[in-house]
Design a protein around this ligand. Structure first.
Ligand code: ADP
Ligand code: MG
Length: 257
């Protein structure tokens, strides 16, 4: 059974995709950056999005988090259209965890404060509760002993793991990763990918923009290849990497592999 079928068949499973994009169009002026995007992501599924620079991968992630508006089409999270504003939008941002290439930690807050701020402000958890969960998550990503330090005192790989813990602290329904290891020194890439693989194995629904083929082969259920604003092809990782269908994908893989 595929992940999607399992999800549909699971007790209490709704059968509807956790994330659904239908007919999504987005322009920046004359530039058509998202072209009729159709994408369903099932609960527990890990989708890796790959494609050349400028393909629209970041815009796609930002649209799902509603950091960008779209011109046409619909995006649903758990069957609900994305909220436009106000408290509902703040809740959506909490439900959709996002990890960027740049770690975006608050420089003047400690590692633990970075992780507990959202749960206290948005999820209305008590400080004690947020601290307890925050420490657990920092331990899980391997930086528990750094909780009292400031981001600048950590390596890039450690900071990115804190960023992952911070997103997880909100108990998101889905995690978006936009090239999370692209800004890291090579020796730090694996420690971040290991955390992501662990998360995938725990059943987190994930949309991951990355060129890390090892991660895609280990953790992805599906690879989505984007170019020029469109989804050009979708396949399981093995098929995609060994036998891509489109010339665009063949050309792209020829350059990066
Ligand atoms: P990718 O992440 O695949 O490299 P992006 O989603 O960042 O691609 O960008 C898609 C296209 O949209 C690119 O041509 C980029 O230059 C353009 N673009 C991205 N953000 C903006 C913006 N805020 N204003 C105008 N053009 C943008
Ligand atoms: Mg990008």
């Amino acid at each position: 059974m595929t992940v999607q079928e399992e999800s549909a068949a699971a007790p209490g499973g709704t059968g509807q995709p956790l994330v659904r994009l239908t007919g999504v169009q987005k322009h920046y002026g004359n530039l058509h950056v998202l072209k009729d995007i159709e994408l369903d992501v099932a609960r527990g599924e890990v989708v890796v999005v790959i494609g050349p620079s400028g393909a629209g991968k970041s815009t796609l992630c930002r649209a799902i988090n509603r950091l960008e508006t779209i011109d046409e089409g619909d995006i649903f999270l758990d069957g609900q259209p994305l909220p436009q504003e106000g408290k509902a939008l703040a809740r959506l941002r909490a439900d959709v965890g996002m990890v960027f290439q740049s770690f975006n930690l608050f420089a003047h807050k400690t590692v633990l404060e970075n992780v507990t701020l959202g749960p206290i402000k948005v999820r209305k958890k008590s400080k004690a509760e947020a601290d307890k969960r925050g420490k657990e998550l920092l331990d899980r990503v391997g930086v528990g002993h750094q909780a009292g330090k400031y981001p600048a005192q950590l390596s890039g790989g450690q900071q990115q793991r804190v960023a992952i813990a911070r997103a997880l602290a909100m108990d998101p329904k889905v995690m978006l990763f936009d090239e999370p290891t692209s800004a890291l020194d090579p020796e730090m890439i694996k420690e971040v990918l290991d955390v992501m693989v662990d998360l995938a194995e725990r059943g987190m629904t994930m949309i991951v923009v990355t060129h890390e083929m090892g991660f895609a082969r280990t953790a992805a259920n599906r690879v989505v290849f984007m170019a020029d604003g469109a989804i050009v092809e979708t396949a399981d990782p093995e098929t995609f990497f060994t036998n891509p269908e489109s010339d665009r994908a063949k050309d792209f893989l020829g350059k990066i592999l």
